[in-house]
Design a protein around this ligand. Structure first.
Ligand code: SAM
Length: 263
């Protein structure tokens, strides 16, 4: 799959970090002394955790070497590990297992979430935020383009595309193991500079597996031209010439009973 580009990702740092701040602000309990940030990327989510719990021992894990290089430069006091979360086995329990905008890249949440919750110490929490944009105009535009004969032959690598489950799914899965499950969705409405900003945002993250499936740069440029035209139609300009980009995030927080250790 195409490598992550930290510079492109950080273009929208303020907008992307707000859900992370909101999640950290809503967390109860603590102080969390041992924290792991799963899919830490360039370290922006890790910095929010460090600001809230400055005395905690914090580990950041990501499988992208480019993202970790940025992360390492941002904070030498954090333990940064290059690892794939699909294989990661924690060395010991964490008071807070945290993940902002990363677990949507991993398959089989029915197995993944209980495994991550097993890494939570008594009295601790698993706290996760993931995009939940099913049916959003930009995704409908991509689906329509992909159905065209021109693009139909190309398919992203199996298992490489993002996906999450319903709130009901996470509740039924995790409530029997937890003291409490706190679930919510937030619809952010970002004001971006114009349609090109929506194209840059989405091609820097969720659409990467699809663009990587195209055979060469000429195909990518042709697809991007069609995608941009669709985005410009779907997201009309505001009075001051910007575009509004609604983006839904799903939050899943699972608290472990203080008296009930992990299995
Ligand atoms: C959208 S970024 C989020 C970065 C950071 N948490 C933040 O809030 O800005 C998603 C990150 O998840 C990482 N990631 C995706 N799949 C992964 C996996 N299987 N194992 C480890 N990291 C993964 C990517 O490398 C990327 O850095």
């Amino acid at each position: 799959m195409a490598a992550w580009d930290p510079a492109q990702y950080l273009q929208f740092e303020r907008e992307r970090t707000q859900p992370c701040r909101d999640l950290v602000a809503r967390l109860e309990g603590g102080p969390y002394r041992r924290i792991v940030d799963l899919g830490c990327g360039p370290g922006t989510s890790t910095a929010v955790l460090r600001a809230r719990w400055p005395d905690a021992a914090v580990t950041g894990i990501d499988r992208s070497a480019a993202m970790l290089e940025r992360a390492r430069a941002s904070d030498p006091a954090v333990t940064w590990l290059e690892d794939d979360l699909g294989r990661w086995t924690p060395e010991g329990p964490f008071d807070l297992v945290f993940s902002n905008a990363a677990l949507q890249w991993l398959p089989d949440h029915g197995t993944l979430f209980p495994r991550l919750f097993d890494a939570v110490a008594p009295g601790g929490a698993l706290a996760v935020q993931m995009p939940a944009n099913d049916g959003a105009p930009y995704l409908r535009a991509v689906a329509r383009l992909r159905a065209r004969p021109e693009w139909r032959p190309y398919r992203p690598e199996a298992g490489s595309e993002i996906g999450i489950e319903s709130a009901e799914f996470y509740y039924d899965l995790l409530a029997p193991r937890a003291r409490r499950v706190d679930l919510w969705d937030t619809r952010y409405v970002h004001d971006l500079a114009g349609p090109d900003a929506i194209v840059a945002w989405t091609t820097g993250t969720g659409l990467r597996p699809w663009l990587a499936a195209l055979p060469d740069e000429a195909h990518r440029q042709r697809f991007l031209g069609q995608y941009r035209a669709a985005i410009a139609r779907l997201y009309p300009p505001t009075a001051d010439g910007k575009v509004l980009f609604p983006f839904v995030r799903r939050f899943v927080v699972v608290y472990r009973d203080a008296a009930r250790p992990a299995p």
